[in-house]
Design a protein around this ligand. Structure first.
Ligand code: NAD
Ligand code: ZN
Ligand code: ZN
Length: 385
């Protein structure tokens, strides 16, 4: 089959790889009908995540048609249309039972390796390095889905791929980021980053009762989409950004702030460059620092943005001094599939609003570059293999 494969920093190729096969009773194989490129793929594309190997198949936002089922699967049958969460979870361990699916204790065969990095094994992820189990990803014609009786959700008739594909990651991720803000009616939420995750965080904050959302980025197309969703917008490169946010919030600051940017705003996230370089760099504003500085005393900073490796400079004095709550984590996607699918069925949200590019697998390598550089008005790329 054809797939998009990783060959080093900035080097994604479309090439022939082996078809996936059933390896376990709880596996299914799907024929991929749609998949997407994510901001998280850009960390791999940038070479910032250790444990990638030449030829690894990329992709973790995937849906398609079931073509083969393992002997232990009764929940799915050949022909079902499913969306596949990016988190692979066993459904039976302590963390899964608590609904913390991205912290599954059993789905990552390299959990011990991950535990060395962060002290705990975390769930396996599709297309996301040896640390996360080295599962081949879904930017391909076929995908093997482990623990398929836990993850995939069947798509109700009448919904298009584009309406449901983002249940695999960015819609639940934006939603969990907003839910972590514990929004009370009438509150104001600020969202740093109007990429796909930030845009879903904005929509979700309103769905969860926010009165106002202040959205921050610098890219015109993304700021325009944020405004279309009802947000007021600011440019992060504006030197008086913090004063502007204070002016808009009666001198207090937003009740909660979502950081939907991640390590690239800090350069390489501390892996490839030394902490010292980053501490003394004044080149660009750091989204996490700005988020902590902007939040009102006693408020919450919600961090869906991804960081890998050692610390990045952050104003911990402000975090502690203002008594802020910091909430983080990979999304527990399985927890959100049914309620968010219902919002789509009820017409409360149409997640396809942010798609700007529709391509075939062969155009994947070029599309990675366009999505990374945020050129050609690119907000979200959907691939139809
Ligand atoms: P993206 O790169 O398309 O968007 C990031 C946006 O942030 C861009 O529009 C960029 O212009 C903007 N930005 C950069 N610096 C900024 C700053 N200082 N202030 C405000 N905006 C700034 O990526 P995305 O797909 O939206 O993903 C965003 C982050 O969410 C990534 O770190 C990604 O890895 C992470 N993510 C996390 C999860 C999870 O489970 N927690 C899931 C998916 C994605
Ligand atoms: Zn993703
Ligand atoms: Zn588990």
């Amino acid at each position: 089959m054809k797939a998009l494969t990783w060959h080093g920093s900035g080097d994604i190729r479309c090439e022939e790889v082996d078809d996936p096969t059933i390896q376990h009773d709880r596996d299914v194989i799907i024929r991929v009908t749609s998949c997407a490129i994510c901001g998280s793929d850009l960390h791999l594309y940038g070479g910032f995540v250790p444990g990638m190997h030449a030829g690894d198949v990329m992709g973790h936002e995937t849906m398609g048609e079931v073509v083969e089922v393992g002997r232990g699967i009764s929940k799915l049958k050949v022909g079902d249309r499913v969306v596949v969460p990016f988190t692979i979870s066993c459904g039976e361990c302590r963390q899964c039972k608590w609904g913390q699916f991205s912290l599954c204790e059993r789905s990552n065969p390299n959990g011990a390796m991950q535990a060395k990095q962060i002290g705990y094994p975390t769930a396996g992820l599709f297309g996301y390095s040896e640390m996360y189990g080295r599962f081949p990803g879904g930017q391909a014609q076929y995908l093997r889905v482990p623990y398929a009786d836990v993850g995939p959700i069947v798509v109700p008739d009448g919904l298009t791929d584009e309406q449901v594909l983002f249940l695999s990651d960015i819609f639940p991720t934006g939603y969990m980021a907003a839910e972590n803000c514990d929004i009370k009616q009438g509150q104001t939420i600020a969202v740093f980053g109007c990429g796909p995750v930030g845009l879903f965080a904005i929509k979700s904050a309103f769905l969860l009762g926010a009165e106002r959302v202040i959205a921050i980025d610098t890219i015109p197309e993304r700021l325009a989409l944020a405004r279309q969703s009802g947000a007021e917008t600011l440019d992060y490169s504006d030197e008086s950004l913090q004063e502007r946010i204070l002016d808009m919030t009666n001198g207090l600051g937003p009740d909660a702030v979502i950081e939907a940017v991640g390590m690239e705003s800090h350069g390489a996230g501390g892996i490839m460059e030394t902490l010292q370089t980053k501490l003394t760099s004044t080149e660009r504003p750091y989204a996490l620092s700005q988020a902590i500085l902007a939040c009102r005393p006693g408020g919450t900073v919600s961090l869906p943005g991804v960081f890998v490796g050692p610390a990045v400079p952050a104003p911990l004095g402000a975090l502690v001094g203002k008594g802020l709550t910091l909430k983080t984590g990979q999304t527990h996607v399985q927890r959100y599939l049914e309620p968010l699918m219902q919002l789509i069925v009820d017409g409360k949200i149409d997640p396809s609003f942010l798609i700007t590019h529709r391509i075939g697998l062969e155009e994947g390598p070029e599309a990675y570059k366009t999505f990374r550089d945020k050129t050609d008005g690119c907000v979200k790329v959907v691939i139809k293999p």
